[in-house]
Design a protein around this ligand. Sequence first.
Ligand SMILES: [Zn+2]
Ligand SMILES: [Zn+2]
Length: 113
Amino acid sequence: MKPLNDIPLSPSFRLAEFACPCCKTVKIQPELLQKLQQLRDGWGEPVIITSGYRCFDHNAEVGGVEGSDHTRGRAADIAVAAVWQPKVIALAQTVGFGKILPYPRRNFIHLAL
Ligand SMILES: [Zn+2]
Ligand SMILES: [Zn+2]
């Protein structure tokens, strides 16, 4: 049997990549997926999601702010080496993400609608 949520959502992303790590629950706004795919196509490199949907408990566990966009299917963190972040941020702006928070020391970028 295939793993839970192992279902393609777009050319580059699968549902499981957005699922909460503790309970495998998943919520995703279609526009988030659409923008991530546009970013991936513009960048030309695989986009690794390090945090997608978070249930209430998981969000608290990782120290996310209450009502975080991750708990509403409106945000994803993607792995990007610090050196590539300026390029990916510029692309994310072009694609139209509403919130772009770079974490260069931790090699990821938070992207939200
Ligand atoms: Zn969970
Ligand atoms: Zn985030």
